[in-house]
Design a protein around this ligand. Structure first.
Ligand SMILES: Cc1ncc(COP(=O)(O)O)c(C=O)c1O
Length: 435
C-alpha cells in the first residue's frame, strides 16, 4: 500500500502501469515492457535526451543561490529565452521572471494584473485548466479539477472562492465531429467587452478541455480585453516552446498578449520551471515599481541549466518544423480512426497535442466523485495492451495524445494503433448503450 497521497489523471484506484525507467519515447515498466509514452506534456525531448543529461550532470556543480542574488547564469537563461524563443517577437518582448511551475506562473501573473489594474475579477473561457495553485486553480473551471475533496460516494467539498471568475464562451472548432454552436463568432461572443470591463486579467489557453487554438477567437478576445482595460495573459504552459508547431501558439493570430506564461517544456522536462514573460508595454508600466514576490527555489540552478540546454536543442528550429510535419500525419491518422469508431464524438488538436472525445456523459457534470474508472480511463488501459500510454486529463470521455517531439513516424503510427485498439472497448459500450 503506497503512502504517497495519490492523485491521478486516470480515475480509478489502481495505477494503470508501474514505471521504473524511461528511454527516448518509451516508458520502461517494472515487468520489463516498453511502452510509447504518448501523452507527456512535460517531456518534449523524451527521456534521457543526451544534451539534457549532460547539462544536468554539470548543473550539480552550480552554486546554491536563490532568486534574491544576482547570478550570471540566470541572467543568461533569461537572455536565451528572449533571444531564441522570442526571436521573432523582438518588438514585443519586455522581460521575464522565472517560477517553479506553470501553476505558480499563472497564479502570480494573475495577482500581478490585479495589482496593476486595481481590479479583482478575472476571466477565462469555458472548460479551461490553468493549474492547481492559488488563482490558477480558481481559474481552472473544469468541474472535476476543483482542488477540493471529491467524495468517492458522490459529491465534493470544494475550496472557498478567492475571486470572482467570469467565464467566456470557448472556441467551437473540430477537425472531426460536431461543433456545438454554428453562430458567427461576434454573435456567440456578444457582451464580451462589457464582461471584461471589470476584469483585471483575461487568461486564455489553447488546448485544455480538448478546446484548441483559433486565431479569430484569440484576436476577438484580445481586442475586447484591450478595449475593456483588462490585461490579456496567453497561457502557453502547454503550447509554448514547440508543442504547437511554432514557438508560441499566439503567433498564429495578429494580436500579441500583455503577458505570456510558460512551464512544462521550458526546462526540457529535466527540472521543474515556469516563467512569466511581460510585453515591453507592461514593463514600461513597471519603471517606477518593483514586483514584490520571491521564492527560495525559483530559477534554481538546476532549472537554469535545464532551460539553457533545452533552448540550445531547439534553437535552430528543426525540431519545431518536425512537430509541424507530424501535425499533418497526426490529423490524417486520427480522422481515419475516428471514422472507424462510432464511439468517437470529436477530434481536435494541433502540433503535437490532440484530443479524442467520446460520446458519453457531459463533462459539465463530472466531479471525479466515483471510484469506478470512467470510459476514457478504460480505453487508456486497453491501449496499453497494444504498446502505448495515452492520457485522459481526468475528464470522463476525453483522451489526449501529446508525445515527445522526437517520436518517429513508425512510433507515432504505433501510438495511434494503440488508440485504435483501445477504442474497440468504447465502441462495444457505445453500441450496447444504443441497443
Ligand atoms: C494550460 C495549462 N496551464 C497551466 C498548467 C499548470 O502547470 P503545472 O501543472 O506545471 O503547474 C497546466 C497543466 O497541465 C496547463 O495545462
Amino acid at each position: 500500500m503506497s503512502r504517497l497521497l495519490q492523485t491521478g489523471l486516470n480515475a480509478g484506484k489502481d495505477p494503470l502501469i508501474k514505471v521504473i525507467d524511461g528511454e527516448g519515447v518509451y516508458f520502461v515498466l517494472a515487468d520489463g515492457r516498453r511502452l510509447i509514452d504518448g501523452s507527456n506534456t512535460g517531456g518534449p525531448l523524451g527521456h534521457k535526451h543526451p544534451v539534457m543529461v549532460e547539462a544536468m550532470k554539470k548543473a550539480a556543480s552550480n552554486p546554491v543561490i536563490n532568486e534574491g542574488w544576482f547570478w550570471a547564469e540566470r541572467e543568461a537563461a533569461a537572455e536565451d529565452l528572449i533571444d531564441i524563443a522570442f526571436g521573432e517577437e523582438k518588438s514585443w518582448v519586455g522581460a521575464v521572471r522565472f517560477f517553479l511551475s506553470g501553476s505558480e506562473a499563472n497564479d502570480l501573473a494573475l495577482t500581478f494584473c490585479q495589482a496593476l489594474t486595481g481590479r479583482r475579477e478575472l476571466a477565462t473561457r469555458e472548460r479551461a485548466y490553468h493549474g492547481m495553485a492559488g488563482l490558477a486553480r480558481q481559474m481552472t473551471v473544469q468541474p472535476h479539477w476543483h482542488g477540493g475533496l471529491a467524495l468517492q460516494g458522490g459529491g465534493s467539498k470544494p475550496v472557498p472562492s478567492q475571486a470572482s471568475v467570469r467565464i467566456l464562451p470557448a472556441p467551437v472548432n473540430a477537425k472531426y465531429g460536431g461543433v456545438s454552436d454554428n453562430r458567427p463568432l461576434a454573435e456567440r461572443m456578444a457582451g464580451t467587452e462589457e464582461i471584461l470591463s471589470s476584469v483585471a486579467a483575461t487568461i486564455i489557453d489553447y488546448t485544455q478541455g480538448g478546446i484548441y487554438y483559433d486565431s479569430g477567437y484569440q484576436d476577438y478576445v484580445a481586442n475586447a480585453a484591450r478595449k475593456a482595460g483588462s490585461l490579456w495573459i496567453a497561457d502557453e504552459v502547454v503550447t509554448g516552446l514547440g508543442r504547437s508547431g511554432r514557438w508560441f501558439a499566439f503567433q498564429g493570430g495578429e494580436t500579441r498578449p500583455d503577458i505570456v506564461t510558460l512551464g512544462k517544456c521550458l526546462a526540457g522536462g529535466s527540472a521543474p520551471a515556469g516563467a512569466v514573460v511581460m510585453s515591453k508595454d507592461v514593463v514600461d508600466q513597471m519603471k517606477d515599481k518593483s514586483w514584490q514576490t520571491y521564492s527560495t527555489f525559483r530559477a534554481h540552478p538546476s532549472a537554469v541549466s535545464a532551460i539553457r540546454a533545452y533552448l540550445s536543442v531547439m534553437a535552430d528550429g528543426q525540431i519545431i518544423r518536425r512537430v509541424k510535419e507530424l501535425e499533418t500525419r497526426m490529423q490524417q491518422r486520427l480522422v481515419e480512426i475516428a471514422r472507424k469508431h462510432p464511439s468517437v464524438a470529436r477530434v481536435d488538436g494541433f502540433g503535437l497535442h490532440w484530443t479524442i472525445e467520446l460520446h458519453g456523459p457531459d463533462w459539465r457534470h463530472w466531479y471525479a466523485d466515483t471510484i469506478e474508472a470512467p470510459i476514457a480511463s478504460r480505453v487508456a488501459a486497453q491501449a496499453i495492451e497494444a504498446g502505448a500510454v495515452i492520457g485522459t486529463s481526468g475528464e470522463q470521455t476525453s483522451l489526449f495524445l501529446a508525445p515527445s517531439f522526437i517520436i518517429s513516424d513508425d512510433e507515432l503510427d504505433t501510438l495511434i494503433s494503440a488508440l485504435d485498439h483501445g477504442l474497440e472497448l468504447a465502441d462495444a459500450e457505445f453500441e450496447r448503450g444504443a441497443a
